[in-house]
Design a protein around this ligand. Structure first.
Ligand SMILES: *Cc1c(COP(=O)(O)O)cnc(C)c1O
Length: 429
């Protein structure tokens, strides 16, 4: 049908046709994803209308940023969209790790304990918490940490969690997305069940959800099922590909107050922090986020079904309902990982001529390979692939500002594997 256009990109007819066969079976699922996007779009628009968003809110502020209405209204819109009492959404939050470090650090005191009932947290949080010794970690400040692993990488160890909660437990951190692990991503419903269980044992414990990569994938967010704080990065889902920097923390007023005083300074809190003229892209990105996320979810499902058919282990599998935008594909060799990433890179609108190579990235334990050709540097709501170069050689694939670009990237990843003889051709019929 459309092969004519793909011909110029270097995608072979064999790869293209294989993609079309896979897509035929995905029509129903894509319709469901569009319906979720529609629902979430209405949530965002309603919040913008309720807060009477207007052109005045797009004005740049500099210096201290006192009375920055644009900044304050964006925070109201976030809090109304995610149904929380308060929100902190700012360019001064530099990334997801920073947002999480603020949310954690602000809400504990020396002698308190943090519990992760869902196994090991995201790599960069190991240093924040002090699981790996690091300068300035919470461990250095006398905050201890406990972890209860999932059973079979999937189910909560309720008995273990019950035993782990003690008089010191102040905050429970729950990571929605699997990150660089091959466990399942938690559904919002499942997160709700976990929070309920924890609160029954200790009602005053703060439940924080690392919501990175999860925003707008479902119709509800963890804040709808009892989370006291949800935390994420604006160069992922809620930035919609337009926010050039930033993070958010939405939740209970008292928790957010703590975060604000930690982020700026005691006594200053949310009153300072100029928007530096990027506030319009933060609004506009949030407005686009539900549809951008839908495109990314379609890409993840397409990739899962392609690589599953080719005999690779994919997490999640091609059939299951999605709770984040990440797709892991276990490629089984460094060679295949590199070819996959080369494909993603060469399909990018930016830096398509660059060849990705593994490197020792700060905050990560192993060499990491990353493919991304993004308008916003490091943005992973844009089509990107990355992963630590170690067993099982899993590449984590995510993003795509448009479904059409995600499709091209996935076909191109396969094209590279196909050209190098790294896939079983017989499975492509
Ligand atoms: C990306 C991510 C983070 C860290 O966000 P950065 O913006 O990379 O610092 C934390 N947790 C999860 C689950 C993530 O996916």
């Amino acid at each position: 049908m459309n092969y004519e256009g793909y011909k110029k990109t270097g995608i072979s007819e064999k790869v293209y046709n294989f993609g079309e066969i896979i897509l035929k079976d995905l029509e129903e699922r894509f319709k469901e994803i569009d319906e979720i996007a529609e629902y979430n779009q209405l949530k965002v628009i309603s919040a913008m209308q309720k807060n009477r968003l207007s052109a005045n809110h797009f004005m740049a502020t500099t210096g201290y940023g006192y009375n920055d209405e644009g900044r304050d209204n964006l925070e109201r819109i976030y809090k109304d969209t995610f149904h929380t009492e308060a929100a902190l959404v700012r360019p001064q939050i530099t990334c997801g790790t920073h947002a999480l470090a603020v949310a954690l650090g602000a809400n504990v005191r020396p002698g308190d304990e943090i519990l992760s009932p869902v196994g090991k947290p995201y790599d960069t949080l190991e240093e924040v918490i002090g699981i790996r010794d690091s300068i300035g970690s919470l461990k250095e400040w006398g905050v201890s940490y406990r972890q209860v692993d999932l059973i079979n990488n999937a189910d909560f160890d309720y008995e273990g969690i019950k035993n782990a909660i003690n008089e010191k437990t102040k905050l429970v951190t729950i990571q929605r997305s699997k990150g660089y692990q091959t466990r399942e991503t938690l559904s919002v419903k499942k997160i709700g069940e976990l929070i309920k269980f924890v609160k029954e044992i200790k009602p005053d414990v703060i439940c924080m959800v690392d919501n990175c990569y999860g925003e707008f994938v479902e119709k509800i967010e963890p804040s709808d099922v009892g989370a006291d704080m949800i935390v994420g990065s604006l160069i992922k889902n809620p930035g919609g590909g337009l926010a050039p920097i930033g993070g958010y923390i939405c939740g209970r007023q008292d928790c957010i107050d703590q975060c604000a005083y930690r982020l700026s300074a005691p006594g200053l809190g949310q009153e300072v922090g100029a928007n530096l003229g990027i506030i319009q892209s933060m609004y506009q990105g949030f407005f686009l986020a539900p549809t951008v996320v839908a495109g990314a979810v379609k890409g993840a499902i397409f990739a899962a079904n392609i690589y599953e058919k080719l005999g690779f282990k994919v997490v999640p599998d091609g059939k299951v309902t999605r709770h984040d935008i990440i797709q892991a594909v276990e490629l089984g060799s460094a060679e295949r990982m590199i070819a996959f990433c080369e494909g993603i890179q060469s399909a990018a609108p930016v830096d398509s001529y660059v060849t990705p190579v593994p490197w020792a990235m700060p905050g990560y334990d192993d060499d990491v390979i990353m493919a991304a050709g993004a308008f916003i540097q490091g943005s992973s709501i844009e089509l990107s692939a990355d992963g630590p170069v170690k067993e099982p050689y899993a590449v984590y694939f995510q993003g795509g500002l448009t479904w059409n670009h995600a499709k091209l990237g996935i076909l191109m990843s396969l094209q590279k594997l196909y050209e190098k003889g790294l896939v079983d051709e017989d499975k492509m019929n």
